[in-house]
Ligand binder design. Structure first.
Ligand code: ZN
Length: 305
């Protein structure tokens, strides 16, 4: 059989013929799916095949040769090697992977993510959206897979999730928190610094859980406290000159209060609107230095849980 051009394999976006009910056929005729996929010894007409779309990543001629067939809920077949699955998930999938043909309730897009995770390969080429990733990972425990065991720094799935953090930071943080994937939660929290925590829904708070919710709240509170401490220190006055006495330098303090307000509202302080208020060149220099110093101090404040 030429596996490079299997006539009976559909592309994913084509509508497959309805599949028979699983258990009956699997139990009564265990070779049914296998013969449909691999073809019988005597090639029949094309119409006699049950046409099953096959995963482009987990196909029949993979190396090492697959020996187990997963069928997704939307009827896509995934050819996998039992030993590889058990290697990544030794305790789990064991009870079902004794069979050769296994129908799972996960849609193909999610099953694809799960199998790539178990194989340690990247699913990035499929550009799954955040919801598919989240659903796939939420589904893992139902198959006995601990998300922590397949998502950790250096794994492809970890980096794929991380790439979604700037777009959907709360979803990724909640996912990490829910499954106690600490490293991912820490990285995702850096994208939640300007997030309005009061908009977190009850459901989301429940999913995040008390511990990680507290970590996030603490991060925000501590950063707020640090910002206040940094801003509360006004610039040091310069030695008095003929043009600018200590009294005149009250303006510098007031101007600093104005610049501080810009910081608090996450606005880049704009030194260009200051000269009208500060006529002394030395005061301006002091102010500029103070702003630079403040930016540096603010950048060094903890940014993750
Ligand atoms: Zn001055």
């Amino acid at each position: 059989m030429n596996l490079d051009q299997p006539l009976y394999i559909y592309e994913k976006d084509q509508v497959p013929l309805p599949l028979p009910s699983d258990q009956t056929l699997v139990d009564e005729n265990p070779d049914y799916f296998a013969s449909s996929i691999y073809g019988p010894a005597e090639p029949p007409s094309l119409q006699s095949y049950v046409q099953i779309p096959v995963s482009t990543a987990f196909h029949a001629n993979a190396i090492p040769p697959p020996n187990t067939l997963f069928l997704s809920s939307d009827g896509v077949s995934f050819h996998v090697r039992n030993e590889t699955i058990l290697e990544s998930s030794p305790r789990h999938l064991k009870h079902i992977s004794r069979q050769q043909i296994i129908r799972l309730d996960a849609p193909s897009a999610e099953l694809n993510i799960i199998l790539h995770a178990l194989y340690g390969t990247s699913a990035a080429a499929y550009s799954p959206d955040t919801n598919i990733l989240v659903n796939a990972i939420d589904r893992m425990p139902t198959y006995g897979i601990l998300p922590q065991s397949v998502i950790w720094p250096l794994t492809h799935l970890y980096y794929l999730l991380l790439s979604h953090a700037p777009i959907c930071p709360l979803k990724i943080y909640a996912l990490a928190a829910h499954h106690n994937i600490s490293a991912l939660a820490i990285s995702a929290s850096a994208h939640l610094l300007s997030y309005d925590l009061t908009t977190i829904t009850d459901d989301m708070a429940e999913r995040i859980g008390a511990i990680y919710l507290k970590k996030l709240l603490t991060l925000h509170i501590e950063r707020n406290r640090s910002l206040k401490q940094i801003l509360l220190r006004p610039p040091h006055p310069h030695p008095p000159t003929n043009e600018c006495s200590f009294t005149n330098q009250d303006r510098l303090t007031r101007t600093w209060a104005l610049v501080s307000a810009h910081f608090v509202w996450d606005v880049q302080p704009d030194i260009t609107d200051v000269p009208e208020r500060l006529s002394c060149g030395i005061c301006l220099e002091v102010l500029e230095d103070k702003i630079k110093d403040t930016v540096v101090q603010w950048a060094s404040v903890k940014r993750t849980i």
